[in-house]
Design a protein around this ligand. Structure first.
Ligand SMILES: Cc1ncc(COP(=O)(O)O)c(C=O)c1O
Length: 367
């Protein structure tokens, strides 16, 4: 029996869900399909070799912070670094959500609601209209109370953009009563960038990560860009020494020479468009417009298609448990070869499904 001491809010949340599966082609977590270029890996390993494992790292990853400030053209005092942007989402709920409100849409990245519920904030999740943000309903919510508003541009798991104009309207509506968080995890794949808005609007904050375009999901490094006064408060929520010397060593090397990122982003964009066209041509599958490094697909029977793809060595992510996304799967954009294999597997799966359907539709048909 669970101890009585455990808060009911914690008991009530289901936890972050990710079923582990082994597969040759892994397209389930919107990761980069490529590890670091070999010369950068070598440099990172050399840096690790020189690290003192017995000493505490920088208190707040100062050396990483300096490099991010330089890369982003942002005042160093406005940068907060953590072991993944996930950690900062928790920090942002501590900063402006507990005892106040957390506003977001549903479905969206699950961690916003998860942290809001764990930390006992007053959570409002406004349903998307199809895959579009419910602009008027969000504007109405922003008129009441104070708290943190999480918006994701490009959105996840739908992959479409909110766009600069609507983001600005929402940030303006939040004013100084709401901390407007713009999660730009997939921004590089959309060519979107809300730094300029965040510079002008002190109530806004841009959340970024090295997990996607930089291909460092395994290293765990995320950061926020904000006004220095907001960053100073957010920094208090990040535990001291929580970015390890190992994380920092790799991030420092990459941030010193991030030139590999652009070509990879361009390839992901080209591949996204190519794969979207190929899948859109398949009968029974609908591809949602995406500006991210993944595609949302409506396949009808998501459980069956997921299993059939997995049996062919292709792992994607089910989304059919989410409101409004019944029948949907999400696939990351992989290498060109991985994408070809995924499209072929999906084609076989849809052909089989249609064959099975026609067999059941025609009484007495042989299979
Ligand atoms: C919208 C969004 N924000 C944040 C994250 C988390 O990124 P990190 O790896 O930096 O914790 C993800 C990860 O998938 C994401 O989809």
């Amino acid at each position: 029996m669970t101890s009585m001491s455990i808060r009911s809010a914690v008991r009530a949340v289901p936890g972050y869900r990710l079923a582990p599966h082994e597969a040759r082609i892994k397209l389930d977590q919107n990761e980069s399909p490529y590890d670091l270029p070999p010369e950068l890996r070598e440099r990172a390993l050399a840096r690790l070799q020189g690290a003192s494992f017995n000493r505490y790292p920088d208190l707040h990853a100062e050396r990483v912070r300096q490099r991010i400030a330089e890369l982003e053209g942002w005042p160093e005092a406005g940068v907060v670094v953590a072991g993944g942007s996930n950690v900062l989402i928790q920090g942002l709920v501590i900063l402006a959500g507990i005892g106040q409100r957390v506003l977001t849409v549903t479905p969206t990245f699950a961690v916003y609601a998860l942290q809001a519920n764990l930390l006992g904030a007053d959570l409002t999740e406004v349903p998307l209209q199809g895959t579009e943000i419910p602009l008027d309903a969000l504007l109405a919510e922003l008129r009441h109370g104070t708290g943190v508003h999480f918006m994701t541009d490009p959105m996840a798991p739908t992959g479409n953009a909110i766009g600069a104009e609507r983001v600005e309207r929402l940030v303006r509506a939040g004013g100084d009563r709401w901390l407007s968080v713009i999660d730009e995890a997939y921004g590089p794949f959309a060519g979107s960038d809300h730094r300029e808005l965040v510079r002008r609007a002190p109530g806004a904050l841009s959340l970024r990560t090295l997990s996607k375009a930089f291909g460092l999901g395994g290293v765990r490094l995320g950061y926020a860009l904000a006004a220095p006064e907001v960053a100073a408060e957010l920094q208090k929520t990040v535990l001291p020494f929580s970015v390890s010397a190992l994380q920092s060593a790799v991030a420092e090397v990459v941030l010193d020479d991030p030139t590999y990122v652009e070509a990879r982003v361009q390839e992901a964009i080209r591949e996204r468009e190519r794969v979207a066209r190929a899948i859109a041509a398949l009968p029974g599958v609908r591809v949602f417009p995406s500006v991210a490094n993944f595609l949302l697909l409506h396949v009808g029977d998501a459980a069956h298609t997921f299993a059939s793809l997995l049996a062919q060595g292709v792992l994607v992510r089910r989304q059919d448990h989410l409101p409004g996304l019944e029948g949907c799967l999400r696939m990351s954009i992989g290498t060109p070869d991985e994408n070809d294999a995924a499209v072929e597997a999906l084609t076989r799966c849809q052909l089989q499904e249609r064959h099975d359907q026609s067999a059941t539709e025609v009484p007495g048909a042989t299979r």
